[in-house]
Design a protein around this ligand. Structure first.
Ligand code: PLP
Length: 394
């Protein structure tokens, strides 16, 4: 019989997959399912970016590039960091990868030895623990309490540190909670990381989706010491609605970036060449479409958050960024006769035909994640269905 490697036998399949697959199957049967599971903007990529990639291909830019990315793209990314964070990076401190996910994967591969610990705040993006484990590392979880906007505190961080702690992941704005760390919070966490020589992995992929009076702060912009202690992960997937183009990047310590580039040279080689030209246009061209998309998300958020918290047994902090709502629905589940939110979510799909992602996949079992990367019309209909569902079962 076929024996797979131990490495993959320990892999947990994506928890979001089961419900998404079921929703798809129901849709194929002709059932009118509204999917709120999406992890990608519902807008098409801005036209000038598409045009730039087509132009590049027509001009023969269809060959290998440098493994770590085109010099022009690194220059555009460096310009973005200077403009947005006022951080100076050199080209050898940047690697362009096949999406931010691949930047993270490669990073864990080059920094972790067997048994090294990586601190992961709960709720977390589903891929962090699996990627850490694939690299031989041990996830160490800290519970971000809802009372603290799902964010970890300096005291919590201190008590999670051991002699094996190698790195911490900070994801602000957060998927799934939409919360942002403030400058003060980052300063406190940063000091502890510097003191214990813990590498900070700052996943800033939702940087451009910030609402209300909130602002995005990168921990790397707070001081030179913190810049040197941090690897920033970012990309164009969410900011420029380019999820399928697969362009992300990592920025930070030159030794780490070189190791990542060496590893990529034996695994993926360069990210897709036409996509790199698209990404150059994304950063060097107008940022107007980015703001237009952000405004659309904010408008949806303001409308449906109000509607969502009217549902009996549902409470939800108002997200500050990204495009997810992360309501606590344990009371709603109990009111409607379910023991767990997993069961509640399954019934929502089967009986109300609304697909949401149970929080258990993010390490937070009393919650569900709703994506508002879909039209306002569908969103309002979906919330209406959830409301009807809860009321009919109470
Ligand atoms: N980080 C977070 C928190 C995400 O939610 C995602 C995408 O869902 C990624 C990273 C990866 O983005 P990509 O690989 O599409 O650039």
């Amino acid at each position: 019989t076929l024996q797979l490697a131990n490495r993959v036998s320990a892999l947990t399949p994506s928890s979001t997959l089961a419900i998404t697959a079921k929703a798809k199957a129901m849709k194929a049967e002709g059932i009118d399912v509204i999917g709120l599971g999406a992890g990608e903007p519902d807008f098409n990529t801005p036209q000038h970016i598409i045009d730039a990639a087509i132009k590049a291909m027509n001009e023969g830019q269809t060959k290998y590039t440098a493994t770590g990315g085109l010099p022009e793209l690194k220059k555009a990314i460096i310009g973005k960091f200077k403009k947005d964070q006022n951080i100076d990076y050199k080209p050898f401190e940047i690697i362009v990868t096949n999406g931010a996910k691949h930047a993270l994967y490669t990073l864990f591969q080059v920094i972790l030895n067997e048994g090294d610990e990586v601190i992961i705040p709960i709720p977390y993006w589903v891929s962090y623990p699996e990627q850490v484990k694939l690299a031989g590392g041990e996830p160490v979880y800290i519970n971000g309490e809802e009372a603290n906007q799902f964010k970890i505190t300096a005291d919590q961080l201190k008590s999670a540190i051991t002699s094996k702690t190698k790195a911490i992941i900070i994801n602000s704005p957060s998927n799934p909670t939409g919360m942002l760390y403030t400058k003060e919070e980052l300063t406190e966490l940063g000091e502890i990381c510097l003191e214990h020589n813990i590498l900070i992995i700052s996943d800033e992929i939702y940087e451009k989706l910030i609402y209300g009076e909130h602002t995005h702060v990168s921990i790397a912009e707070l001081s030179t010491e913190l810049k040197n202690q941090t690897i920033i992960i970012n990309g164009v997937s969410k900011s420029h609605s380019m999820t399928g183009w697969r362009i992300g990047y990592a920025a930070g310590n030159a030794l780490i970036i070189k190791a990542m580039t060496d590893l990529a040279s034996h695994s993926t080689s360069n990210p897709t060449t036409p996509s790199q030209y698209g990404a150059i246009a994304a950063y060097n061209g107008t940022q107007e479409p980015v703001e237009t998309m952000r405004e659309a998300f904010e408008d949806r958020l303001n409308k449906i958050h109000q509607q969502l918290i009217q549902i009996p047994g549902v409470s939800c902090l108002k997200p500050q960024g990204a495009f997810y709502l992360f309501p606590n629905v344990i009371e709603a589940a109990k009111l409607t006769g379910f023991d767990s939110v997993d069961q509640f979510a399954e019934a929502l799909l089967e009986e109300a035909n609304v697909a949401v992602i149970p929080g258990s996949g993010f390490g937070a079992q009393d919650y569900i994640r709703l994506s508002y990367a879909t039209s306002l019309e569908l969103l309002e209909k979906a919330i209406e269905r959830i409301q009807q569902f809860v009321k009919s079962k109470m």
